[in-house]
Design a protein around this ligand. Structure first.
Ligand code: HAM
Length: 440
């Protein structure tokens, strides 16, 4: 790019200075750290995943909802929880021109619950089933699968404590992954509810254990003993992980109601052939979780292998100032799903690319492309009157499986040369048979 701008910069000093200035300028116009542009052809796969997810959720009765990309900071402080890493370390918070504290959403759930309460959807039929998709923002250290702007697809079911809702949410998630062709492991746990007889009681037991083992924990984790003991299960520090192997488990301390609820969820999952792995050390990074919690794990992604996660949040509406309104949902990480799918991710939906030589052939191709599209077949053509070689290159680049070549002799015979761009074979077929042939 530099050479196009300045020619051979090394020939003159001003050129060289210009190059330096340009290099600086280029650097300052890069996308910010931890963000990226989505360009073709990868953008096809991303769009296909979003469509597949929203279609899968719609078939299960989850209606689309959109909420703002920024909310009042308090929605996340009170919703996601002041003790979570997301709130204490990762939020993009700013003061707007009117002096209000606003935050780019780090997740969708708190904003969706805020919207449900604001518009009184909880006064209508329950549960309220919603689905949404969009960019989220967290200032984390970027690495493969972890970005500062990333896309989530999310469903939420609010207003029912029934185990069947938990099972439905999890089953819908697993169905989406099956349809996407991605094999995932489902890890599931129950973290009980906020009560002395349940999680709060367990926190005391866990706190005692952690204090007794304090010197063996990593320094950062020692600081959590009083504020958020459950989070020590999430630690990546080897010393802490070793200590946590001997820690008391929440599954042994949840109350009878939560235990009965959880076993009903598991029975329902079995009834629809959803396999799961009980993971008694699964605690999630956001503070609002109660009872059923789960994660979808994919292979080949290294440490960022959770392609989705979710759970119940029966106290969230109240922490946002609403009345009692239970809920459960999950969010899937689109960026990680695409990484995990790799080559299997859907390519361009263009099936056939027309290569037309001569004005009459171009006009014919233009009409044929329109009627193929009408029949639901992805079709494209050269709009720039390029030569044969250029058009064949474009056909390859388009990602189409077939090139339909229309030259003078094909036009005269009412035929088209259909070339398989993968296998390299070609055959002449009647133009009118093209749609039928491609549909096969
Ligand atoms: P989460 O576990 O924080 O849950 O995020 C869900 C998924 O978003 C993760 O499993 C991961 O795939 C993706 N993700 C999270 N952070 C990043 C990142 N920095 N870069 C790329 N992908 C990322 C939630 O957000 C909850 N709101 C889910 C939920 C909905 N719970 C109940 N309802």
């Amino acid at each position: 790019m530099v050479e196009v701008w300045f020619g051979d910069w090394s020939r003159s000093l001003p050129g060289a200075l210009g190059w330096v200035a340009m290099a600086d300028k280029e650097r300052s116009f890069r996308a910010p750290r931890g963000t990226f542009d989505v360009l073709p052809p990868q953008s096809w796969a991303r769009a296909a995943i979003a469509r597949l997810a929203m279609d899968t959720f719609a078939l299960s009765g989850y209606a689309p909802i959109e909420t703002p990309i920024f909310e009042h900071t308090e929605v996340f402080e009170r919703g996601v929880g002041p003790g979570s890493d997301v709130v204490t370390k990762q939020m993009y918070t700013f003061i707007d021109r009117a002096g209000r504290s606003l935050t780019l959403r780090p997740e969708l759930t708190a904003g969706v619950v805020r919207a449900v309460l604001e518009h009184g959807l909880d006064r209508g039929p329950l549960p309220i089933k919603l689905a949404c998709i969009g960019p989220q923002f967290r200032q984390e250290r970027p690495q493969k699968g972890r970005y500062r702007q990333f896309t989530q697809i999310d469903i939420e079911a609010l207003g029912s404590e029934e185990p069947m809702v938990d099972a439905e949410v999890v089953e819908v998630g697993m169905r989406f992954f099956r349809k996407a062709g991605l094999s995932v492991r489902l890890m599931i746990n129950s973290v009980g509810h906020f009560d002395e007889s349940c999680r709060l009681g367990y926190n005391k037991v866990l706190g005692e254990f952690l204090r007794a083992n304090e010197s063996a924990l990593a320094p950062d984790d020692r600081a959590r003993i009083e504020t958020n003991p459950l989070r020590t299960f999430d630690s990546k520090e080897q010393r802490t992980v070793a200590v946590m192997q001997g820690a008391p488990l929440i599954s042994d301390h949840i109350c009878d109601d939560c235990r009965t609820h959880f076993s009903a969820v598991l029975d329902l999952l079995k009834s629809v052939d959803v396999s799961f792995e009980l993971e008694p050390r699964l605690v999630r990074g956001l503070d609002y979780y109660t009872r059923t919690t789960f994660e979808f794990i994919a292979g080949g992604l290294g440490s960022q292998n959770a392609v989705g996660g979710g759970g119940r949040y029966d106290g969230l509406a109240e922490s946002l100032g609403g009345g009692p309104l239970t809920g459960i949902g999950f969010a899937l990480g689109v960026d990680r799903i695409l990484l995990a799918l790799g080559e299997k991710a859907a390519a361009s939906p263009v099936t056939v690319y027309f290569v037309a030589l001569g004005e009459a052939a171009r006009l014919e191709a233009f009409k044929r492309v329109a009627s193929l599209r009408e029949a639901g077949i992805g079709a494209d053509l050269d709009l720039g009157a390029r030569g044969m070689k250029g058009q064949m290159k474009d056909a390859d680049r388009s990602g189409a499986r077939w090139a339909a070549i229309l030259g003078e002799s094909e036009m005269a015979a009412g035929e088209v040369m259909l070339k398989d761009l993968v296998a390299g074979e070609q055959e002449r077929i009647r133009m009118d048979d093209l749609a039928g042939r491609l549909a096969r």
